[in-house]
Write a new protein. Structure first.
Length: 76
């Protein structure tokens, strides 16, 4: 997938990431109340290592895209 370079492209990619994350959250009934608990809860509940790795990848990619969007917005 090409690297998103503007806000609409980043938003589209974030939407795809969100859909995939929501599917994993529902599949494993991840219910962390505090954002700092998300990774420990996922590690405990996700019993398929490929799903756990994908969860981490999506989380990191979403974070990086969010930071890129913030940078683009402040760079105007």
């Amino acid at each position: 997938m090409p690297k998103p370079s503007n806000i609409p492209e980043i938003q589209a990619r974030l939407d795809l990431i969100s859909q995939e994350l929501i599917a994993l959250i529902q599949k494993y009934q991840l219910d962390a109340q505090d954002p700092l608990e998300v990774i420990p809860v996922a590690k405990q509940k996700i019993n398929i290592s490929d799903d756990y790795i994908r969860f981490l990848e999506l989380s990191l990619e979403g974070r990086l895209l969010g930071e890129a969007a913030s940078f683009l917005e402040t760079d105007k």
